[in-house]
Design a protein around this ligand. Structure first.
Ligand SMILES: NC(=O)c1ccc[n+]([C@@H]2O[C@H](COP(=O)([O-])OP(=O)(O)OC[C@H]3O[C@@H](n4cnc5c(N)ncnc54)[C@H](O)[C@@H]3O)[C@@H](O)[C@H]2O)c1
Ligand SMILES: [Zn+2]
Length: 398
């Protein structure tokens, strides 16, 4: 018997651009990204989130004019295609089918570009389609939500939901480039603007105390969506996510620890339980509150640190609680998360603001007490499990 050992490593590198007015013909950012693929005319197939198209009906024409102005570098293949915005696109196999058919119809090859413009959900679905067609086309992500720009868009994952499970089907596939145009945020609803801030609170909590302090100091400006603080928050949050993926030693999550998923074990289940009525960022805010409270009850963080965390979440206009949390099967949700991680339990908890620790065991009874505490603090008894955003918990913690 003989065994050969196959070995190789691949270097990945992609730009993440922050700018405005990307499709103004004189803006060179998009052209310079295409140029990275070589000095030739690149074929580009474009998918746009229906919510973005509704808010920016002239976007296809703008892209068309841009392509005309840069015709030596760019050729649009077919008309701009629309993908239903929001979580529903990740539940619908027909979306992936549509992407495959377009790739085939317009004879896209592995060197062609797929341009995905939209929120995190559309980026995830189109990204998955781009990763599996011909085993991977070049993906240009253009995130249009806060959460897309500061988290979902800058990472290396894609995915859709399957068998009732969130992100059950997907791949790791770094994009060719990420182009963030802050101008898209102007048309976002306050609810979506707020939701994305939860990921900034998350990454500050596990990685960067100074960033947390800056979010805390600017929390009222952020709550009123002041442009400067919002853009700074997005940039710093994206940079921290990128730093973790690039230097954390496990970009494709082969191990079990998943610090960027702090607060997410319950968040994903809340999203599933409410069939997406609680949006990802809102569910993350609740998940952060829960795991911060658990960290405090476990003696890992001080009460005044917890109070600062809750104050930030509430003052940003994010929720600490939703009635579905009371129905959460803690052990079942943890088990499902463990399965998603790779079989070994690794839950991130806080040891302070800006520092974290992975634990391999959660005391379900103590976690239940944390849920009860959040419920007790919930003064908004009129909360409804419908389209309205979950109300933040107002009132004193402790
Ligand atoms: N791949 C990853 O690493 C990763 C990381 C975090 C989150 N995600 C995923 O991202 C998704 C959440 O993304 P999201 O928070 O961006 O929400 P979303 O994609 O669900 O979009 C929310 C809504 O905003 C609309 N919209 C998007 N941009 C708009 C704009 N500029 N103007 C007006 N309306 C606009 C959409 O049509 C949709 O109705 C979840 O599915 C989550 O699992 C993925
Ligand atoms: Zn998230």
């Amino acid at each position: 018997m003989q065994t050969l050992e196959q070995q190789f490593s691949i270097h990945f590198s992609f730009p993440v651009i922050f700018d405005r007015d990307i499709f103004q013909p004189e803006n060179q950012q998009f052209a310079s990204v295409l140029l990275r693929g070589g000095q030739k005319c690149h074929r580009v197939l474009c998918f746009i989130d229906s919510g973005v198209l509704r808010a920016h009906p002239s976007l296809p024409q703008q892209i068309g004019h841009y392509a005309e102005a840069h015709s030596a570098l760019m050729q649009l293949c077919g008309p701009v295609e629309t993908i239903q915005g929001g979580e529903s696109c990740k539940n619908e196999p027909a979306v992936i089918d549509k992407i495959m058919r377009c790739v085939q119809k317009y004879h896209m090859c592995r060197h062609s570009f797929i341009l995905a413009i939209g929120g995190g959900a559309v980026l995830d679905a189109v990204g998955y389609g781009a990763a599996i067609a011909h085993r991977g086309l070049r993906l240009l992500r253009m995130p249009t939500t806060v959460l897309g720009q500061n988290d979902a868009g800058v990472g290396v994952k894609n995915g859709v939901n399957g068998l009732g499970r969130k992100n059950f089907i997907g791949t790791f596939a770094p994009p060719f480039a990420v182009i963030n145009d802050f101008g898209f945020l102007d048309s976002l609803s306050p609810r979506e603007l707020r939701a994305g801030m939860a990921e900034a609170v998350k990454v500050a909590l596990i990685k960067d105390r100074a960033f947390f302090s800056s979010l805390f100091e600017q929390r009222f400006d952020l709550a009123s969506f002041a442009r400067g603080p919002m853009e700074e928050m997005i940039y710093r949050c994206a940079a921290l996510h990128m730093q973790h993926i690039g230097t954390g030693g496990d970009p494709f999550e082969l191990g079990s620890a998943r610090p960027l998923d702090f607060g997410h074990w319950s968040a994903h289940t809340l999203e599933e339980m409410t069939s997406g009525l609680v949006h990802h960022g809102e569910a993350v805010a609740i998940g952060l509150a829960l795991d911060s409270l658990y960290s405090c009850y476990s003696g890992m963080i001080e009460e005044d640190e917890l109070r600062r965390i809750f104050t930030l979440i509430v003052d940003l206009g994010l929720p600490l609680y939703h009635p579905a949390l009371a129905e959460l099967d803690v052990e079942g949700a943890l088990d499902s998360f463990r399965e998603h991680l790779g079989g070994k339990m690794a839950i991130t908890l806080l040891t302070g603001i800006g520092s974290k620790k992975e634990v391999d065991r959660i005391d379900a009874v103590l976690m239940g007490r944390c849920i009860d505490e959040l419920m007790a603090q919930d003064s908004s008894k009129g909360m409804r499990d419908d389209q309205t955003a979950p109300h933040p918990v107002h009132g004193q913690i402790f």
